[in-house]
Design a protein. Structure first.
Length: 198
């Protein structure tokens, strides 16, 4: 067991192997329905991606940013040069995967246009609620790719920038990261409400 758990790669592989076991149990009990399984599969990928994305968002806002002032200056380069760039890579691509799988899921379920138009085309409350969640998620995705990441590249010194530009970029990245933290609460409310209240 230690051989699995001491390697992240082996741990992730083992998790997916267990998921395949669950798939086989499902198939033995239920049989295969391509549409039902397809929508489930993309919802599962959507949730996995969202957990990674929002989990890292919360890590940055609840752990890293508040504790940076407590880290001695000589240790800060380890955060800025090693941990933050790796976390930001997963953060960006988890955001992309969440948006992509969410749009695929909405298309597969036949409500993509209704959700994007916030239910105005059919007056279905569920489409309004999921649409609100989708738009909030899209704003958060935009912030990650087009505001937070470019500013973090400057703040962390991954691209050339002077000290004043680095400081300004760090503040902008933090403020938009906090914006995404704020938006994550109603976004998750809307997503879960659309699945459970309507």
């Amino acid at each position: 067991m230690a051989g699995i758990l001491t390697s992240l790669r082996n741990t992730v592989i083992a998790g997916f192997v267990l998921a395949v076991v669950l798939l086989l149990i499902y198939l033995a009990m239920q049989g295969y329905d391509g549409y039902a399984f397809g929508t489930f599969f993309f919802r599962w990928l959507h949730v996995l991606s969202a957990i990674m994305w929002v989990g890292l968002l919360y890590y940055f806002n609840f752990v890293q940013i508040p504790n940076m002032a407590n880290i001695p200056d000589e240790q800060k380069p380890a955060i800025g040069k090693v941990i933050a760039p790796a976390a930001l890579w997963w953060f960006r691509w988890a955001a992309m995967a969440t948006i992509a799988t969410g749009l695929i899921l909405a298309a597969m379920n036949g409500y993509i246009v209704e959700a994007i138009t916030l239910g105005l085309t059919d007056s279905v409350p569920k489409h309004t609620m999921i649409g609100i969640g989708m738009w909030l998620g899209a704003i958060m995705w935009f912030n990650v790719w087009f505001v937070i990441w470019p500013n973090q590249q400057r703040a962390l010194g991954l691209v050339e920038a002077d000290a004043a530009s680095k400081a300004k970029s760090a503040r902008v990245a933090m403020l938009f990261s906090r914006t995404n933290t704020l938006l994550s609460v109603p976004m998750l409310f809307a997503m879960v409400a659309a699945q459970n209240l309507f």
